[in-house]
Design a protein around this ligand. Structure first.
Ligand code: RFL
Ligand code: PHB
Length: 390
């Protein structure tokens, strides 16, 4: 089989890329090692930056998002029980939208299939070859049968544990990494959100985040050890701990409900440079990871593929490789700012084991400053809603 762009991975990056390429008249195929049902049920991110929402509408996949997405004009930051609001709308005149990543994935898959696009689910033994030639190759098996796709370009959208990044020869990539000494216990619950907006809560017992998926489903996160055993936490213990990590007024209003999804996520920051080798281009989590505190991961994945699609469009129209050559630099400028912001939010809001009283006082001063200074809260708002995309 022959196609212009072979995409590995049907997460937000790979799916969005296929839609962007279709709009530009460039042919693609996606191969994905999980089933459609699995990728549509994978619970992950929830926050769409303002421009991500606009891009989905532009691509004709914004209908359900406009109906079901919850538009938020700010967030609350809790400091040992005291709630302070950062008003995005007033500070930067932009909003964010709460819409589960699995809903984005469902909408993108449906749209791509409706266009007649090809997505091969449940493939195995994916590998890439001839990356430094003009005809790179993707090999995989479908129902045990070997298959081969000859492409002009390969998009490595296969996430942090994918095969694309490790296929780049040794010595080409430099890795930058920070692993944090805590993780998030995350649950979904059948309970109406206690507050219309998200509450990021700093307390002496550790961080908590109260977020949601709809007006009847809450999403809760608690700071725990990175290797915490999820089985140690009953539903009741999760609710009780959450109540201890929000203000007494919030705790009194909290409605508990059945917990139907539980997991522990370790936290890390990671970037590889460069994000390309020959005709293989990495996008999204395949090239970088941020801790979830800044809600940036999915949005960054979409930004990468937007830049990649523009570079491909320019290549096919003009034969110029200048945007392709500049892909890494273009992406990294946004990625490192998102890394900076995610690190700032993460270290400001979590209890770091081993921190001294000095560190705690400094952290409390930072929280006070960020929530009381117009300059500091504007900087937070500007980054949270998403820096301008150009
Ligand atoms: P994905 O979503 O991991 O998709 C990669 C796809 O590639 C497939 N794959 C392969 N396919 C074929 N052959 C192979 N060999 C393959 N190996 C892997 C995988 O099955 C998968 O379908 O990467 P992508 O597209 O780059 O998207 C990145 C986002 O998923 C990620 O950054 C976000 O989920 C991060 N994140 C958040 N991002 C936000 O923007 N806002 C948030 O509020 C937010 N909250 C979160 C998050 C991530 C979390 N976890 C669980 C890590 C909250 C959490 C708790
Ligand atoms: C979520 O709704 O899952 C969510 C929201 C904000 C974050 C991380 C996750 O910072």
């Amino acid at each position: 089989m022959r196609v212009q762009v072979g995409i590995i991975g049907a997460g937000p990056a790979g799916l969005m890329l296929s839609l962007l390429l279709h709009r530009a008249g460039i042919s693609s195929i996606i191969i994905e090692n999980r089933s459609r049902q699995y990728v549509e049920a994978r619970v992950r991110a929830g926050v769409l930056e303002h421009w991500t929402t606009e891009l989905m509408s532009e691509l004709g996949v914004g209908e359900r998002l406009r109906k079901e997405g919850l538009v938020h004009e700010g967030i609350d930051i809790g400091i040992n029980g005291e709630r302070r609001r950062i008003d995005f709308k007033a500070l930067v005149n932009k909003t964010i939208t709460i819409y589960g990543q699995q809903e984005v994935v469902k909408d993108l898959i449906a749209a791509r299939l409706a266009q007649g696009g090809e997505i091969e689910f449940e493939v195995s033994d994916t590998s890439v070859d001839r990356l430094d030639s003009e005809r790179p190759i993707i090999r995989y098996k479908k129902n045990g049968e070997p298959r081969e796709i000859e492409c002009d370009f390969i998009a490595g959208c296969d996430g942090f544990h994918g095969i694309c990044r490790p296929s780049i020869p040794k010595g080409v990539l430099t890795e930058f990494e920070r692993v944090y000494p805590y993780g998030w216990l995350g649950v979904l619950s059948e309970s109406p959100p206690v507050s219309h907006e998200l509450i990021y809560s700093y307390t002496d017992r550790g961080f908590a985040l109260y977020t949601m998926r709809s007006n009847s489903i809450s999403r809760l996160y608690l700071q725990v050890d990175p290797d915490e055993d999820i089985n140690k936490w009953s539903d009741e213990e999760i609710w009780n701990e959450l109540k201890r990590r929000v203000s007494p007024e919030t705790a009194a209003k909290l409605q508990t409900g059945r917990v139907f999804e539980k997991g522990v996520t370790a936290m890390r920051s990671f970037v590889v440079e460069p994000m390309q080798f020959g005709r293989l281009f990495l996008s999204g989590d395949a090239a970088h990871i941020v801790p979830p505190t800044g809600a940036k991961g999915m949005n960054l994945a979409v930004a990468d593929v937007l830049f990649f699609s523009r570079a491909l469009e320019s290549f096919y129209k003009t034969k110029s490789t200048s945007l392709l050559d500049g892909y890494t630099k273009k992406c990294l400028s946004r990625i490192w700012k998102a890394q900076r912001f995610s690190y700032f939010m993460t270290t400001m809001l979590h209890l770091n084991p081993g921190d001294s009283e000095f560190d705690r006082r400094r952290q409390l001063a930072e929280l006070d400053y960020v929530t009381s200074s117009k300059a500091a809260s504007t900087a937070l708002a500007e980054n949270y809603v998403g820096l301008p995309i150009d």
